[in-house]
Ligand binder design. Structure first.
Ligand SMILES: CC(C)(COP(=O)(O)OP(=O)(O)OC[C@H]1O[C@@H](n2cnc3c(N)ncnc32)[C@H](O)[C@@H]1OP(=O)(O)O)[C@@H](O)C(=O)NCCC(=O)NCCS
Length: 399
């Protein structure tokens, strides 16, 4: 390919630009495009920030538990006490992993990233699920509950095996967040553990759903072909792993650890910006004026820092935040102060994005069900920017 052809194929310029005509509806990265209807999450740039099925995210974060929010997303209403009890009882029955998934965890290469283990683990759960190919709404709800219960177990079992730690079972008397805390960090019962579990619960509520983000859209694209729920979730996990999406929380923690102390923070950010590097945990495709979820988790991260008697990560974060707003006008997103909270809680860093999955699975499954309830195959068009029509040259005459 000559240089001119390479340049022509590289850019996102639409083909009609060659004839200087705009392409109707062309939006690189689908920015601003309304690609479907959803009753799950409303993005409100005002005080509420987000609403899940009409409920302000701030009210849910302060007053609900993650289990209630998962129920709300999947079943369309906040549960009564009885409904919530039945739902959590159902979750408990699904904790044991199928044999092939346990066996897979036993042969995973030690260097594997937990998101890759999860992607393959969920795919394997699909192969062992008795209702794998039943796409009815009822079967999809049952499969969603199974995934909600089993994803934390896959993550914890794989992590514990890789680090030669004893396996831990979730306990029925504990909440989802309390069990997750114990599974991932061996923390439970004491006062600090209670405070950590509450902040983890808040972060799960904030992570649970966010409209047509990249991973949810990936799930909906897959679901729109009428493939099965596990296949759609596998696609979503693959999309979430990237550092521009779910991988950002892990990258923020790496940054805070690299900065080490608050007095080094300003210099570090200014150097990063001078080198035109992206500072993880800032900016958002949709929430340009700030992310209400970031303000909520920031409050909790600050309070937890005091409870734990360790304000170092929070202090570094606030300096980075100040400089980013001053220099770039960019606001922190949810991942930024979540990383502060997860560092304090002691969640292993490579499990931050998998913890995001433990929560977002509720949103993904609700979207997959919603997509298939009113399905229309998602199949956009591309703006062709390749070479113009050319004559085929037989192999023996090519130079
Ligand atoms: C989330 C994100 C991908 C949104 O990207 P986007 O909508 O495509 O925004 P753009 O890439 O067009 O960014 C607009 C401008 O802000 C800058 N910018 C955006 N996020 C930035 C960041 N985190 N650090 C430094 N600069 C950033 C871009 O370089 C660009 O500047 P320019 O116009 O001078 O080139 C982007 O903000 C980002 O990469 N953030 C870091 C990763 C992250 O935290 N992801 C989690 C999202 S919830």
């Amino acid at each position: 390919m000559d240089d001119k052809a390479k340049r022509e194929t590289h850019h996102t310029r639409p083909p009609q630009a060659r004839q200087d005509a705009p392409v109707p509806g062309y939006s690189p990265g689908l920015e601003g495009v309304i690609a479907g209807e959803s009753a799950l999450c409303e993005v409100d740039e005002g005080a509420a920030g987000l609403r899940y099925r009409g409920y302000a995210i701030g009210d849910l974060a302060e007053q609900a538990t993650f289990e209630e929010v998962a129920y709300l997303l999947l079943l369309g209403k906040l549960p009564t006490r009885k409904e919530l009890g039945d739902f959590t009882a159902q979750l408990r029955t699904q904790w044991p992993l199928p044999g092939p998934v346990e066996a897979f965890i036993g042969v995973v290469p030690p260097s594997a990233h937990p998101m890759d283990i999860l992607r393959t683990g969920v795919s394997l759960l699909g192969m062992t699920d008795p209702e794998a190919s039943d796409n009815s709404r009822e079967a999809n709800l049952r499969k969603s509950v199974r995934l909600l219960a089993q994803i934390p177990i896959i993550i914890a079992n794989a992590h514990r095996l890789a680090h030669a730690k004893r396996q831990v079972q979730p306990r029925p008397e504990r909440s989802f967040a309390e069990n997750l805390l114990d599974l991932l960090t061996d923390r439970h019962d004491d006062e600090q553990a209670k405070a950590m579990a509450r902040v983890l619960d808040v972060s799960l509520i904030l992570y649970a759903e966010h409209e047509f983000n990249a991973s949810t859209f990936a799930a909906r694209v897959a679901a729109s072909t009428l493939t099965d729920l596990h296949a759609s979730v596998t696609a979503a996990i693959a999309a979430l792993k990237g550092p521009l999406h779910g991988g950002a929380n892990e990258a923020v923690a790496a940054m805070l650890l690299e900065i080490k102390s608050p007095d080094r923070a300003e210099r570090w950010v200014r150097d990063a910006l001078a080198q035109k590097r992206r500072v993880m945990g800032f900016g958002h495709r949709v929430l340009r004026q700030g992310d209400a979820r970031a303000a909520i988790i920031k409050r909790h991260a600050e309070a937890l820092s005091r409870t734990c008697g360790d304000t170092r990560w929070y202090d570094i974060a606030t300096v980075v935040d100040r400089i980013m707003q001053q220099e770039k006008g960019l606001h922190p997103n949810l991942d930024f102060y979540t990383a502060v909270a997860y560092l304090l809680i002691g969640i292993p860093r490579d499990l931050y994005t998998p913890v995001f999955v433990c929560s977002r699975i509720a949103g993904w499954c609700a979207h997959i069900i919603e997509q298939q309830d009113h399905n229309r195959l998602i199949r956009p068009r591309a703006a062709y920017v390749g070479p113009p029509p050319q004559a085929y040259v037989p192999l023996e005459r090519r130079t």
